[in-house]
Design a protein around this ligand. Structure first.
Ligand SMILES: *Cc1c(COP(=O)(O)O)cnc(C)c1O
Length: 397
């Protein structure tokens, strides 16, 4: 998956253009910048690639989530539904907004189980936040239907699924608002960066202003701009945007390699009857950054991970035992380990986590193994890897 594997002359050229002007900020300095606008250019390319009306680049995927939640008007007293399997940023961004994260089970799609979401909706629910984990999509038809039935928002965290699609539309553009990360290990990278995308002109304006202290970006005098509401600083720098601009132009190249590599591994593992694959609501839209499969039990999944080590197969995750992506190890959330005090409302809103059980998620994640698909592997290397993976899995069965 990571774009950093293929960093080269194109990226250096874009960065050098910024260094030559010395204007590292994305706004203003019109006279000095020699008409170089890397963030604006990358936004235009994102809009074109994803076929969405508005893209707002920001400083990270976490920043994108913060901005998107703010644009949706999420704050004190609100609940946001999120999955038990995601990166910790989902939970953090909801707390940053002052709202309460409501965790619900995933299913074998490795994303939100629509039945669990339906059961968790309350009068306080403002947003459903599916996370398109490991390169592919949640069941957006079901989740969209739930969101419109209850008149609440759908925010897609597509940080791990850049350039994936669902029924022909880009992930991130199907709900009310979508978020991407371009951190160093994502499909394409800015070094650090992220984006908020939406088709709503109002949400686009809120995202634009909120990510830059409330600036309206009208006129050429920053100091004279109005501030219609309070914002913060989630701006991306021109240097980071320059790297991303070179990388976004390589999206097709990256996806083609990922799909080729993934198919070789998947076809090989499909010969083992005990191995089942992750459910993909639309296989054609998979961005192919990971191959995710299930062993028949937690014990066999653990043995497989051990066997992979012995066979020299790296880059695979058993998230059940991982601190950052699955609730089992999020004791700092359960115990509310914040530096400053939380509001009473959020504190009591999070009490349920102390006793909550997520048996369905435990079962799914316990059996799951996800293998990163690298861009730098040659087809021959992938074939050799596939053979070793099959041998390792067979050795534990
Ligand atoms: C990486 C990631 C984020 C956060 O992105 P950063 O750019 O690292 O802040 C959020 N959600 C998911 C699912 C991610 O994988």
């Amino acid at each position: 998956m990571p774009g950093f594997e293929l960093f080269g002359d194109a990226e250096r050229k874009e960065v050098n253009e910024v260094l030559e002007t010395g204007v590292l900020m994305r706004y203003g300095f019109d006279g000095m910048r020699n008409n170089i606008w890397k963030a604006k250019a990358m936004e235009a390319e994102l809009e074109d690639l994803l076929q969405v009306n508005h893209a707002q680049l920001v400083s990270s995927g976490t920043a994108a989530l913060n901005v998107a939640l703010a644009a949706l008007g999420v704050g004190a007293g609100d609940e946001v539904i999120m999955p038990t399997f995601t990166f910790v940023a989902s939970f953090e961004s909801i707390l940053t907004a002052g709202a309460t994260p409501v965790l619900v089970d995933i299913d074998e799609s490795l994303t939100l189980d629509p039945k669990a979401v339906a059961a968790a909706i309350t009068p306080k629910t403002k947003v459903i936040m599916p996370v398109h984990m490991c390169g592919a999509m949640a069941d957006l038809t079901a989740l969209k239907a739930l969101a419109s039935k209850h008149d609440i928002f759908l925010l897609e965290d597509a940080c791990q699924a850049f350039a994936g699609t669902y029924k022909g539309d880009a992930l991130g553009t199907i709900g009310d608002i979508g978020c991407f990360s371009f951190d160093y290990v994502k499909t394409i990278t800015c070094g650090e960066g992220g984006a908020v995308v939406t088709n709503s002109p109002e949400l686009a304006t809120f995202s634009d202003h909120f990510s830059d202290h409330g600036h309206t970006h009208i006129g050429t005098d920053r100091g004279a701009e109005e501030h219609p509401f309070i914002g913060y600083n989630y701006r991306i720098s021109e240097l980071n945007a320059a790297v991303g601009l070179a990388q976004i132009r390589r999206t097709e190249e990256f996806l083609t390699i990922q799909k080729r590599n993934k198919k070789i591994l998947k076809d090989a593992l499909a010969t083992i009857p005990e191995v089942r694959f992750r459910i993909l609501p639309d296989e054609a839209g998979d961005s192919a950054t990971f191959l995710s499969f299930f062993m028949p039990s937690l014990a066999l999944a653990r043995m497989t991970v051990q066997a992979f080590k012995e066979y020299g197969i790296d880059a695979n995750w058993h998230y059940y035992d991982n601190s950052w992506h699955y609730i089992r190890a999020w004791e700092h959330f359960v115990n509310q380990r914040t530096l400053g005090p939380l509001s009473q409302e959020v504190k009591s809103g999070l009490e349920y986590l102390k006793t909550a059980e997520f048996k369905q998620s435990d079962d799914v994640i316990g059996r799951n193994i996800s293998c990163l698909i690298k861009l730098s592997w040659s087809a021959e290397e992938v074939k050799a890897r596939a053979e070793k993976m099959v041998a390792a899995i067979q050795s534990v069965l």
